[in-house]
Design a protein around this ligand. Structure first.
Ligand code: SF4
Ligand code: FES
Length: 258
């Protein structure tokens, strides 16, 4: 594995003199590069650039892509923490690049950026999300009701709604699942995100497929694989209490009350 360096053409002093951007600092992004069409070897490439410390890692990745090396490949869409497409390992921790300010991650040192773990890397920072989404689909992430069509909407008390409020916040970024050591060791495990999304419907008073979802998660690759390491809760950019949700599903399986 080797490391090469790509620098922006202007020096910091020259940039500052030309533009008055004295607040800019030199930032090095150390990015894990992999392109199976070129080589089966991984290389780490250092990209040096002038950045405002209040900018985000996503801004630095854009600068690389647009000004230094157009071959760098990563996913992003909304750029505002909503779509969940830019989860990556930044300085060894899963985060959304669009929600991570440079000033908060020690920009004086090289900032490492690599793909999330446990899913096959397709190119650079892009992983194959299909196993992750299949686990999500497997828990039936939609409301299931049998008959009794309401004439207007299905009513629910504020208290019942609060029961699953936390797990409605999931943006399917995979930061939780790809930070889970059980998932790293055995990609068959449903993973925290699928359980969070099952929780969202199991505890919805309007839904009638809770038992079915619990049986799906009672599988050998279901909730019982969780080792309560809290990595998932630490990684979640939405602040969801992922481990608590998993515990609640486990308890519902034991008591059949939800
Ligand atoms: S629970 Fe949090 S970390 Fe996991 S997929 Fe949803 S938003 Fe991302
Ligand atoms: S780009 Fe959409 S969440 Fe970061």
């Amino acid at each position: 594995m080797s490391t090469t360096t790509v620098e922006s053409k202007h020096s910091a002093a020259l940039d500052a003199a030309e533009t008055g951007d004295a607040h800019l600092i030199t930032v090095t992004l150390r990015v894990r590069r992999f392109n199976p069409e070129v080589s089966d070897q991984v290389v780490w490439v250092d990209y040096e650039m002038q950045m405002d410390p209040k900018e985000r890692v996503l801004d630095a990745l854009h600068k690389i892509k647009w000004e230094l090396d157009g071959t760098l490949t990563f996913r992003r869409s909304c750029a505002h923490g909503i779509c969940g497409s830019d989860a990556m390992r930044i300085n060894g921790r899963n985060r959304l690049a669009c929600k991570t300010l440079l000033k908060d991650i020690n920009p004086e040192k090289p900032i490492t950026v690599e793909p999330i773990k446990g899913l096959t890397v397709l190119k650079d920072l892009v992983v194959d999300m299909e196993p992750f989404f299949q686990a999500f689909r497997d828990v039936m992430p939609f409301l299931v009701t049998k008959g009794n069509e309401p004439t207007r909407e299905r009513l629910q008390s504020a208290e019942d709604r609060a029961r699953f409020d936390d797990t409605t916040k999931c943006i399917l970024c995979a930061a939780c699942t790809s930070s889970c050591p059980v998932f790293w060791n055995d990609g068959q495990y449903f993973g925290p995100a699928a359980i969070v999304n099952a929780h969202r419907f199991i505890f919805d008073s309007r839904d009638e497929a809770g038992e079915q979802r619990l049986e799906i998660l009672n599988d050998r690759d279901g909730v019982w694989r969780c080792r309560t390491t809290f990595n998932c809760t630490d990684a979640c950019p939405r602040g969801i209490e992922v481990t608590k949700a998993i515990q609640e599903v486990k308890r519902a399986l034991l008591t059949r009350r939800f």
